[in-house]
Design a protein around this ligand. Structure first.
Ligand code: PGA
Length: 220
């Protein structure tokens, strides 16, 4: 992983149509030119290939990520998309988001398969944990701490607690550590200064509106 930090991930979840995603890329692409770190867009999966073309044709300083990949390598799995199918299109994928764990009952065994499949396709997993006791998948390098109470609530974790979790996670292994959960233009500049923080994961609350997302980039 050689991209400049801080990494700032926009997780669009199941939002936006293609016209809106294109506008987002245009607006954020302009702001990303002056950003010292790395902007990563994780759009809804139907738009990944089109985003790839858009980013390439306009030479935008935006990396692409998926919000998930299949636990299966390929084959008769209707509705799934395999990591290998995204090889060359994306650099990152979120794995183990609490919305996946809760709505789709993804457990540690499934999540490890997803991590392995992503890595075999040269895709860097951004592995989400919900607390400092969430088991970490093997071989991951980027951890995103996203306490569920903070997701979509406007109620981020405290700076003290984020610092505590970052320190604990990074204690023995040099993971990259991202924080997610109600990141906004008012709190991002404080969160990014916490020792051990390498980036932010911004979900539907403040990544969908390109201007709100740009305000976060400018604030850090
Ligand atoms: P939020 O979501 O920024 O809307 O709180 C974070 C996430 O789910 O990744």
């Amino acid at each position: 992983m050689s991209d400049a930090t801080p990494l700032v991930v926009a997780n669009h979840k199941a939002n936006k149509n293609w016209e809106e995603v294109k506008e987002w890329l245009t607006e954020v692409g302009e702001a990303a030119k002056d950003f010292r770190g790395t902007v990563i867009l994780a759009p809804s999966s139907p738009f990944i290939a089109a985003c790839f073309e858009e980013i390439k044709s306009h030479n935008l300083k935006i990396k692409l990520g998926a919000q998930d990949v299949s636990q299966f390598k390929e084959g008769a799995f209707t509705g799934e998309f395999a990591a290998d199918q995204l090889k060359g299109l994306i650099d990152y994928t979120i794995i183990g988001h609490s919305e996946r764990r809760n709505n789709f009952l993804e457990d540690e065994v499934v999540l490890q398969k997803k991590v392995d499949n992503a890595q075999n396709a040269d895709v860097e997993p951004i592995f989400c944990i919900q607390s400092e006791t969430t088991p970490l998948a093997k071989n991951v390098q980027i951890i995103a701490y996203e306490p569920p109470f903070a997701i979509g609530t406007g109620n981020p974790d405290t700076l003290e607690n984020i610092a505590k979790v970052a320190q604990k996670i990074k204690d023995n292994t040099p993971y990259m550590f991202l924080y997610g959960g109600s990141v906004s233009m008012t709190n991002a500049s404080h969160i990014i200064l916490i020792p051990g923080i390498d980036g932010l994961l911004v979900g539907a609350t403040n990544s969908l509106d390109p201007q709100k997302f740009i305000a976060i980039l400018k604030s850090i």
